[in-house]
Design a protein around this ligand. Structure first.
Ligand SMILES: Cc1ncc(COP(=O)(O)O)c(C=O)c1O
Length: 378
């Protein structure tokens, strides 16, 4: 049996999610835009899922626009909202699906200010707000970083931006289902999320759009999703996302505790066996499921491969854009050297992980790390 400790890359589809989706795929093929019974049933399914995501985030269902994932949600917002001459404030710890569109927009005349994190991976709200100008159109700050799990002070940033009349966005892809997100008390204008990080299917997500900011269509076509995204809805995927939201609402409090126990047990197991470790983060200001560790003096990608051979899946950097052995930009932004960043791996727990699995991972690492260090020693 393999051990999967890469829940920040993606999560196993929960059985009740697969069941709900399979019911649609097998028996309910209607197009939600059709006016007869089959269409009405499909529409009802899509809207029921919208209500579930709305309940999870404490927002109005009509502020949800289904997308093909968080990358699409981020691109829809940034390309829709920003024009040459606009100023945007963001951070150095954004996921590439925010960082890359902003870099492209910058080359087209949007001015971008990027705020650096501290050594634990968090930005300070005052620094973000201090960069806001009279011509700032948007402040976009990730809710929880995918590599370290660091939680950003989104509520304080939103408060300060509202006082200055500036719109706010957060890529909350890692946070939804793993952290408390109560948008009734955090009046963000835009938020991005993705089903596959919380036990749902890949290829479906949402952009939350509050108020009436007049975003232009991202996909031109049949006018679905309040005119923002033409194209027949991914009904089965959306239904799966809805079920994943039901589970998240029911389980969130337990998840926070359970993930934290497993993560801390893993850290204790590593500390007992291995020296030269550093936790890249801050236990009190990060997702409870994530442990990003530097193993002084070795190459993370070698460790990842050695663990894979032992039946253990973890990540060196972010899996969504892995395949390269470039040191993590996030860890560099946190002040690590290239060697320190390369020596770091991410272990992230979630549904299906138990004590015996994290104990086994600590034990295997306890054997592998000294062996690899010895082999790599000059
Ligand atoms: C913070 C963050 N934003 C966006 C994405 C992209 O999500 P999707 O795979 O749904 O496009 C990811 C995926 O790893 C992520 O972690």
């Amino acid at each position: 049996m393999r051990i999967y400790l890469d829940h920040n890359a993606t999560t196993p589809v929960r059985p009740s999610v697969a069941e709900a989706m399979s019911g649609i795929l097998r028996a309910e093929f209607g197009n939600p835009s059709s006016v007869y019974e089959e269409g009405a049933l499909a529409r009802a399914r899509v809207e029921a899922a919208r209500s579930e995501l709305a309940r999870l985030l404490a927002i109005e269902p009509r502020s949800i626009r289904w997308t093909g994932g968080a990358t699409e949600a981020n691109n829809t917002l940034l390309f829709g909202l920003l024009s040459p001459g606009d100023h945007v404030v963001t951070t150095e710890i954004e996921h590439p699906s925010v960082a890359a569109p902003l870099a492209l927009l910058e080359s087209r005349g949007v001015e971008v200010t990027r705020i650096a994190p501290d050594e634990t991976g968090c930005v300070a709200a005052e620094t973000v707000l201090g960069a806001v100008r009279s011509d700032t159109r948007l402040v976009s700050v990730i809710w929880a970083n995918n590599e370290t799990g660091s939680l950003q002070p989104v509520a304080d940033i939103v408060d300060g931006c509202r006082a200055r009349g500036v719109m706010t966005h957060s890529d909350a892809t890692q946070a939804v289902g793993k952290a408390v997100i109560d948008l009734a008390s955090v009046p963000l204008d835009f938020l991005s999320t993705s089903a596959h990080k919380l036990g749902g299917p890949k290829g479906v997500g949402a952009l939350i759009v509050r108020g009436d900011p007049k975003l232009p269509a991202y996909l031109h076509g049949g006018g679905q999703e309040y005119g923002l995204r033409g194209g027949t809805e991914n009904v089965a995927g959306i239904v799966g996302f809805g079920e994943a939201c039901v589970l998240a609402r029911e389980e969130l409090a337990d998840r926070l505790v359970r993930h934290g126990e497993l993560r801390d047990r893993l850290w204790a197991g590593l500390q007992k066996r291995i020296d030269g470790l550093r936790w890249n983060g801050d236990r009190d200001r990060q997702l409870s499921n994530t442990l990003n560790v530097e193993f002084e003096g070795l190459a993370g990608e070698v460790l990842v491969q050695a663990l894979d051979v032992e039946g253990i899946a973890v990540s060196a950097g972010a899996a969504c854009h892995s395949g390269s052995i470039e040191p993590s930009k996030i860890l560099l932004a946190m002040g690590r050297t290239s060697e320190q960043a390369r020596a770091s791996i991410r272990l992230s727990v979630g549904w299906g992980v138990d004590e015996s699995q994290v104990d086994r991972v600590a034990e295997v690492l306890g054997t592998l790390v000294p062996r690899i260090r010895a082999a790599e020693a000059p």
